[in-house]
Design a protein around this ligand. Structure first.
Ligand SMILES: [Zn+2]
Length: 181
């Protein structure tokens, strides 16, 4: 679970049957991570955090919590924008070109703009709200084409090309942007 802490921003809390006591570490994103025994209540998790604040401040190389909080805030805004836009844009193109998908999932993975699973769930990265519209549309059309071709075969690209004739340029251009926050 993620705990929203006033000082440290998002804290990643893992409840594990293997933990005996509370342990603190730094996640790959620079956030505070803590692992506690499995049945620790949320109330007690917060209490443990409070008791260890000073030690965490002094000993753990966390990314600047202020920047971290700014990033958390940015993510929240982006998620809100994405929720009000991406599912509708996807639906629009699906209707326009006759695609059927199961559902649209919004993600904030650091490495990919979108994906399409074999159960026809299309995932779109909320970071798409930061790129030019033409590239955003390209990613959506790319994922829709995966509904018919679960690969990057010649047939796949031909299908992308029928909806976006500049797809080669767009594929190149989107590499200049970073999907992470
Ligand atoms: Zn692809």
């Amino acid at each position: 679970m993620i705990l929203n802490d006033k000082e440290f921003g998002e804290v990643i809390v893992r409840k594990s049957p293997l933990s005996r006591g509370a342990r603190f570490s730094v996640s790959t994103s620079g956030r505070l991570a803590m692992s506690v025994p499995k049945h620790t209540s949320d109330f007690f998790v917060k209490r443990i955090l409070d008791l260890n604040r000073k030690m965490i401040r002094e000993k753990l190389p966390l990314k600047n919590p202020k920047e971290q909080r700014a990033r958390d805030y940015q993510k929240k805004i982006l998620m809100k924008k994405a929720r009000e836009y991406l599912p509708y844009r996807l639906e629009y193109f699906a209707k326009l070109y006759g695609y059927e998908y199961n559902k649209c999932r919004l993600t904030h993975a650091n490495t990919r703009w979108g994906s399409c699973s074999s159960n026809k769930t299309i995932s779109l990265n909320i970071g798409l709200m930061k790129v030019p519209e033409v590239l955003r549309d390209y990613v959506i059309l790319h994922e829709l084409a995966h509904l018919n071709h679960m690969n990057h075969s010649r047939d796949f690209w031909r299908e992308v090309g029928t909806h976006d004739k500049n797809y080669r340029l767009h594929e190149k251009k989107i590499k200049h942007f970073n999907p992470g926050l």
